[in-house]
Write a protein that binds this ligand. Structure first.
Ligand code: NDP
Ligand code: ZN
Length: 350
């Protein structure tokens, strides 16, 4: 019998999540049931419930949450990787076909049958997926990650999305000692990008709209801080950066960041999905052989690699743990950009 569990669900487009219940499936032979302890709040959760990405393809309710940590509670008959009591995590994906070229290449996020943690359809039985603002989740073991013992569980939760989304492009575009990395926007993704780029040995600069975040940016690993709304300050950044990771969630002008790149440098967009305005001027891109790119989370193998890297370097997210009843005020602060780190829901307060 599927079990009913408590959750926070957005019941219709544009409505913030409220207490509700959802069903969790019976265990398949390769499934793990996780008792969730903490779930981070990603700005993607807000895009979903505020309907910023258009009508949800599979309707409501939507139970957000893809930065999930907890303990293994039950395992299916053929599970071999985990045992009851293990500390585990689940990020943005819960299944994929496992046979296509991208899956075989450990890039499950591009699989045509990738099943995302919420707002998706289970590729095997067509049921809707519900995320981590719930007491439990049932996930095929291939998509369950191991949390290193050196990490605090609440602080590790945001690594499952904010961590991998910034780790992957930092690795792909080669942040290393001697390279100059820029991060645009200090929120959940931005603060992880600062910590990870610093741990990879890069010289790191934060571009922010908010002067009030300067001290915290330095504490989180930034060597320099630049106000992005000040054209004169932005002029001082021209031609300096090997790599810039842009985490801003809404439409904004990316031309100043292209100008800030060295020849052959790369601007990687991870925050905003949509048409850019003002228009991107391709002249500097062509004349200085620069790259304008995007990046989507990371595969399961790379996510485990990121968690192990964080375990080794003791890198966790800076968090503010909140009760379930404080979700709406946390959402409002994220909408205003009034955040330096990640909100994490204590799931025991559901
Ligand atoms: P946060 O809300 O935690 O942080 C975003 C930061 O962007 C803000 O703190 C602010 O920093 C800056 N910002 C600039 N302009 C605005 C604006 N108009 N409104 C709000 N903030 C603004 O968001 P997250 O870090 O959780 O997520 C960032 C984006 O990344 C989201 O759009 C999310 O959907 C996306 N995302 C993408 C993934 C991928 O795989 N590519 C995976 C996960 C999330 P400051 O004050 O310093 O300027
Ligand atoms: Zn996310």
């Amino acid at each position: 019998m599927p079990s009913k569990v408590k959750c926070l669900a957005s019941l219709e487009a544009g409505k913030y999540p409220v207490p509700s219940t959802v069903a969790r499936r019976d265990l398949r032979s390769d499934d793990i049931e996780i008792k969730i302890l903490y779930c981070g709040i990603c700005h993607s959760d807000i895009h979903h419930v505020r309907n910023n990405w258009g009508p949800d393809g599979y309707g409501y309710p939507v139970v957000p949450g893809h930065e999930i940590v907890g303990k293994v509670f039950r395992v299916g008959a053929e599970v071999s990787k985990f045992k009851i009591g293990d500390s585990v995590g689940v990020g943005c994906m819960v299944d994929s076909c496992q046979t296509c070229a991208t899956c075989k290449n450990d890039r499950e996020q591009y699989c045509d049958s990738a099943t995302f943690t919420y707002g998706s359809l289970d590729r095997r039985d067509g049921s809707r997926t519900y995320g981590g603002y719930t007491e439990t989740i049932v996930v095929t073991e291939k998509f369950v990650l191991s949390i290193p013992e050196s990490l605090d569980l609440a602080g590790a939760a945001p690594l499952l999305c904010a961590g991998i989304t910034t780790y992957s492009p930092l690795r792909r575009w080669g942040a290393h000692p001697g390279s100059k990395v820029g991060v645009v926007g200090l929120g959940g993704l931005g603060h992880m990008a600062l910590k990870l780029a610093k741990a990879m040995g890069a010289d790191v600069t934060l571009f922010s709209r908010s002067q009030g975040k300067a001290e915290d940016a330095k504490r989180l690993g930034a060597d320099q801080f630049l106000i992005s709304s000040d054209p004169e300050r932005m002029e001082t950044a021209a031609g300096q950066f090997d790599l810039i990771i842009d985490t801003v969630p809404y439409k904004h002008d990316v031309n100043p960041y292209i100008k800030a790149l060295v020849p052959e440098g790369s601007l990687v967009l991870v925050g905003y999905f949509g048409p850019l305005e003002p228009t991107v001027n391709s002249a500097p891109l062509v004349l200085r052989s620069q790259n304008l790119a995007g990046s989507l989370i990371g595969g399961i193998k790379e996510t485990q690699e990121m968690l192990d890297f964080c375990g080794q370097h003791k890198i966790m997210s800076d968090i503010e743990v909140i009760d379930a009843r404080d979700l709406h005020s946390a959402y409002e602060r994220l909408v205003k950009g009034d955040v330096l780190q990640r909100f994490v829901i204590d799931i025991t307060t559901l």
